[in-house]
Design a protein around this ligand. Structure first.
Ligand SMILES: Cc1cc2nc3c(=O)[nH]c(=O)nc-3n(C[C@H](O)[C@H](O)[C@H](O)COP(=O)(O)OP(=O)(O)OC[C@H]3O[C@@H](n4cnc5c(N)ncnc54)[C@H](O)[C@@H]3O)c2cc1C
Length: 393
């Protein structure tokens, strides 16, 4: 399936490794136990489809619909499987993963509601494709106001990925009381204008993510005021994004392993390989541990928020380390001559910027201090009141 060849530049410099790959159907499995046969087969099928559909949003939407029908929601007892699927897609192609992930997140958000919203009002069907638009910023924040029995939206939402390609979205808006509330909208609604702002991104070039203007757009409330941000699943969705980043880092690291198979590594090459393995293994353990916490009901409210900040931050740091080490270990060749590797590196650099870096670390520090009221764990007098998952050290 995969062959390796050496390319030698016309100037006779050191060879660079290039792959000639048809379909890459490898899975990324977060558990120590082997994946059950049917599940492994399904993930391989999806990985193959993602790698064949590299960079193709429509291929991503087809996979999103299929995955949405099959994959478990986070917290339902199989979170590890869900995040393994996202990591598998991320390793195969980050555009596809970026299309699938918010669709699954939107379905999970709606499944977490006590009473389902009346989505018939906005034409939702089994083939609806979803985005989640919750970013804030700009001078015209999205506002929601009641209009008789209904709600309408007015304002501008920034960072709306794939708004021109999707059928529906969950959007957050400010309500008159000053709270934030989530609404479902049809993206072809009258009064909704997807602004075609220039998209210069070299990574995720097909995932255009510009603003949408809303002019009295009919919307269906999803949950009560502030429910979206305070529900336990908010943190779980954020970790799902980190699973995609992790998959992307695995994809980059696979190029290192292929180099190792095609040339005798010197000490420096071995060191990069070992360091990348250390980082990826630690990130994988974190994701697996977080999945177990979510399924055990131990990642809710503050502990969920802490878990998400912790896992996202460490996975983002892993991505940065893998990108740096792969660059040092492989040199410019694959970045210049290998379209798949060059695209994956560019995709990952953009995608991981959804993490807020040092600002999220500061938020984690604040959350720890706010969450830990008593003694550190391990002291007999601290009893069991300290939340172990909130502050395990
Ligand atoms: C490819 C892509 C797709 C996306 N798609 C979606 C989507 O579909 N849905 C969605 O909801 N969101 C989406 N986002 C948006 C994302 O979730 C973030 O909201 C967005 O990246 C803005 O990040 P931010 O909040 O850190 O921006 P900002 O807060 O504007 O920060 C930008 C920079 O300024 C710095 N900064 C901030 N405040 C200060 C300060 N006071 N002093 C100094 N520096 C400061 C930050 O450190 C950061 O480096 C997408 C983002 C990307 C990159």
């Amino acid at each position: 399936m995969s062959t390796v060849r050496h390319l030698t530049s016309s100037e006779g410099r050191a060879p660079v490794v290039a792959r000639i790959r048809g379909t890459d159907d490898r899975l990324v499995w977060l558990s120590d136990r082997p994946a059950p046969g049917p599940e492994a087969a399904l993930l391989r099928t999806w990985a193959g489809a993602a790698s064949r559909g590299r960079g193709d949003v429509q291929a991503g939407l087809r996979l999103a619909l299929e995955a949405g029908r099959i994959l478990p929601a986070p917290g339902s007892g199989s979170t590890m499987s869900l995040w393994s699927a996202l990591a598998t897609l991320g390793a195969a192609d980050l555009t596809i993963a970026r299309v699938v992930e918010p669709h699954l997140d939107a379905l999970a958000i709606m499944a977490q509601l006590d009473s389902p919203p009346d989505l018939d009002l906005i034409g939702v069907t089994d083939t609806s494709t979803w985005g989640v638009f919750a970013a804030e910023g700009g001078r015209d924040p999205l506002q929601a106001r009641p209009d008789g029995e209904q709600w309408v939206l007015q304002g501008t939402k920034p960072w709306c990925s794939l708004a021109a390609e999707l059928s529906h979205a969950l959007v957050t808006a400010w309500v008159p009381s000053g709270a934030r509330r989530t609404f479902a909208v049809a993206l072809d609604s009258i009064g909704l204008d997807v602004q075609h702002a220039p998209w210069h991104a070299r990574g995720l070039p097909a995932v255009t993510s510009g603003p949408i203007s809303f002019h009295d757009v009919r919307a269906v409330p999803v949950g009560a005021d502030n429910w979206y941000l305070t529900r336990p699943g908010f943190a779980w969705g954020g970790i799902g994004v980190a699973a995609c980043w992790y998959g992307g880092a695995v994809g980059v690291a696979r190029a290192l392993m292929e180099q190792a198979r095609s040339r005798e590594l010197d000490q420096v090459g071995l060191m990069h390989l070992g360091a990348v393995d250390e980082a990826l293994y630690a990130a994988r353990c974190l994701l697996r541990d977080a999945a177990a916490q979510v399924d055990a009901g131990r990642a809710r409210e503050d502990t969920g928020r802490i878990a998400a900040l912790r896992v996202r931050g460490r996975v983002a740091a892993t991505v940065e380390e893998v990108l740096t080490r792969a660059g040092h270990a492989l040199g410019p060749g694959p970045l210049c001559f290998h379209p798949e590797h060059a695209g994956r590196v560019a995709d990952l650099q953009v995608y991981v910027r959804q993490e807020h870096a040092e600002r999220d670390q500061a938020a984690l520090g604040r959350a720890l201090l706010d969450n830990v009221s008593a003694e550190p764990p391990g002291r007999p007098e601290s009893g069991t009141t300290t939340p172990v998952d909130g502050w395990p050290w």
